[in-house]
Design a protein. Structure first.
Length: 672
């Protein structure tokens, strides 16, 4: 074995965020502070200097900032990702001989040792060496210090005070000897996206049911008329299922029956007909110009239109005749329709991504996304991405973002965790989750900890949905109005991205197609529904209040600041979010039992947060606008689901705790 130069003594490992060894970028939002940590150590007990290096990818010059020692050889640093785009970072570290000397000198002083002249000479020698590479101005400063340190007329205490001064330390740091610095061998990436990638409130609506006239097929103009209603509830993304022409062949009828009746609209996901396909709009909805007008009008309300990208075709899709090589065939020569046993989709043909003509297929599918981006769409909800090749999505998203860097892709992949996570690594901005099926305190706690406090947080952005057109969970079926309110509060305050399928949600639609099913009875996936959005029992005002709370309280716009608070009753869940400086704390309590009043004592960790545990403080319930005075770390709450199953408190008038005295411990560096 060849010897390695032992003068390079520093080890750097365990860097975070580092996704799959740097194969994929971590995610951030413009303006975010990117926190970087690493295990950094060397042999012996010498002091280390550690620097975090970072830059926008397109720039060549590194910026740097010191990293600080945490505990057990763990170091931390941060930088602000100021703009959208890609940032890269790495770490460099070296043994700092001067700081090591200063630390040893301090120990000798604290130990009462006298006659430290020889120790001072060691420092003088190091300062003399550094002076040789300093600027002209700084050379003169160094000379002044050296004259003082070498003067016989200056006493030893004055020399020590000078050597230990912050001014000397900073200038020595400026010209530190990095000859044997070790730099982490990988440049790691952070993909920085716009604010709506990290914080958004989605409202899903079927355009064919938007008409104010019962039984009449809705239009884009009807959707436009619905915009004030959606904006009043506080949503900033309007997600439309596919808006394309719907096939006639094997068209599904009401409640997914195999044969449609005259007038049945068919499911929007059976894309393609004589009128066009993925780059056309259903003529019953209007024209492409009508869609553009809808998108522009939505923009006036600061609402983005999100379109469904479903790469599948009805039997009437032009691709079936023009590119039969893109589809699977059965042994008898007929086209293979889509299946997810026991479900059958006779009205849909699945694309064959293993075709020999896959390159042409990829290019065509990319052109669909680009077409809608050219119409001004920047948010895409992607249907079943886990049923298409991973390599395809990485390529497509990368290609689209070259010209449309503000594009957002939401992955609708209710599948195995590792598959969901891999899609996120490949470039999907946001992802559907298992939130819909997490309805108990332990399940919610464990799942949210996984999403917000493990390495998953670096690449996976969850988007919580209490319901979708495909999922009406038993909790909503049986829990009534209180269940809808509780799930809304959980989704909107636990997660910075969330959405609902409406108007079914605000009108508390909860009848399943049959017992044990998560499908809606009379689902508007297969028929036109008329919704009375002005019904007095609608949750629209409650939803609007929750979304206003989200907008007005910064802690709710991020996920990594989630803290679970203990409760004395497992039917009550309590959690909090706060700004980094703890000046703004939101404290949420939810009754998970929609049928009965529940009470509990909930914990406010004042001491851990650095506040005085003896002084009273106020909590302001942002839902009811009531204020309460609390004392200490445990306080009583009671939630009647027939009134409101949740509190969203803002903690105010908190008093900082007593300042702890920190004394110098000459053994404190042993961990280094």
């Amino acid at each position: 074995m060849e010897p390695v130069d032992g003068r390079y003594r520093v080890i750097i490992e365990g860097v975070s965020p580092e996704v799959d060894g740097g194969r994929y970028p971590a995610k951030a939002i413009a303006g975010d502070t990117v926190n970087v940590e690493a295990d950094i150590y060397a042999d012996g007990h010498d002091e280390l200097a550690v620097r975090l290096l970072y830059r926008p990818r397109e720039e060549t010059a590194w910026q740097e900032t010191p990293m600080r020692f945490l505990v057990n050889d763990r170091w931390a640093g941060s930088f602000v990702a100021g703009e959208t785009g890609s940032y890269v970072f790495t770490i460099t570290a070296w043994v700092d001989r001067f700081q090591t000397w200063r630390r040893h000198l301090k120990k000798r002083v604290l130990a009462g040792q006298k006659d430290l002249a020889i120790n001072l000479l060691i420092g003088v020698k190091m300062i003399s060496e550094v002076r040789q590479r300093a600027s002209r101005t700084d050379k003169q400063t160094f000379k002044t210090w050296l004259d003082t340190l070498g003067a016989a007329t200056v006493n030893e205490d004055e020399k020590i005070n000078l050597a230990m001064s912050e001014e000397v330390g900073k200038l020595m740091e400026k010209y530190a000897d990095r000859q044997y610095a070790v730099t982490y061998p990988r440049e790691l990436a952070v993909q920085v996206e716009r604010e709506k990638a990290g914080c958004s409130a989605w409202y899903e609506m079927f355009p064919h049911s938007a008409s104010a006239v019962p039984g009449k097929h809705g239009t884009f103009q009807d959707c436009e008329a619905r915009l004030p209603y959606i904006a009043a509830m506080g949503f900033d993304v309007l997600y439309l299922p596919p808006i394309h022409p719907v096939g006639q062949t094997n068209r599904k009828g009401k409640n997914n029956v195999v044969t449609a009746k005259p007038g049945d609209p068919g499911t929007p996901w059976a894309i393609g007909a004589a009128e066009g396909a993925h780059k056309a709009v259903n003529p019953l909805l209007g024209t492409l110009e009508d869609f553009r007008h809808l998108a522009a009008k939505a923009g006036e309300y600061k609402i983005d239109i999100a379109l469904d990208i479903a790469f599948q075709c009805s039997p009437d899709h032009p691709y079936v005749k023009e590119h039969p090589e893109w589809f699977l065939r059965r042994p008898d020569g007929t086209m293979q329709y889509a299946e997810n046993p026991p479900k059958k989709y006779q009205d849909i043909y699945a694309l064959n991504f293993e075709t020999e003509h896959w390159r042409e297929l990829w290019e065509e599918l990319k052109s669909i996304v680009v077409f809608w981006a050219e119409q001004g769409v920047r948010i895409f909800r992607v249907d079943n991405p886990h049923t298409k090749p991973f390599q395809f999505w990485e390529w497509l998203i990368t290609e689209v973002k070259k010209d449309y860097p503000d594009a957002i892709f939401l992955a609708e992949a209710f599948t195995r965790p590792k598959v969901m996570y891999h899609l996120a690594k490949l470039g999907f901005t946001q992802s559907y989750t298992y939130f819909t099926w997490r309805n108990h305190k332990q399940d919610l706690t464990e799942y949210l900890i996984e999403l917000t406090q493990t390495p998953v947080k670096d690449f996976f952005r969850p988007n919580f949905w209490p319901n979708t057109p495909d999922i009406l969970h038993e909790y909503l079926q049986k829990g009534g109005r209180a269940a809808f309110m509780a799930r809304l509060v959980l989704a909107a305050t636990m997660c910075s991205n969330y959405g609902i399928y409406g108007p079914a949600f605000e009108l508390t639609e909860n009848t399943p197609r049959e017992r044990g099913s998560e499908e809606y009875l009379n689902s508007e996936k297969y028929e036109i529904r008329h919704w009375d959005i002005d019904r007095p029992d609608s949750l629209k005002d409650f939803i609007g209040r929750v979304n206003r709370i989200r907008r007005e309280n910064a802690p709710l716009r991020r996920n990594r600041n989630l803290w679970f608070n203990s409760t004395s009753n497992d039917r009550i869940i309590c959690y909090s979010k706060h700004t980094d400086d703890l000046s703004h704390i939101i404290f949420t309590v939810v009754n998970l039992d929609p049928h009965a009043t529940q009470s509990a004592r909930v914990n406010v960790p004042l001491q851990a947060w650095g506040f005085d545990t003896e002084k009273p403080y106020q909590v302001h319930d942002l839902l009811s606008d009531k204020q309460y005075v609390w004392r200490g770390e445990w306080n009583y709450v009671e939630l009647n689901p027939d009134v409101c199953p949740a509190h969203i408190f803002r903690l105010i008038d908190l008093t900082p705790g007593p300042v702890k005295e920190i004394s110098f411990d000459i053994e404190e560096e042993k961990g280094q």
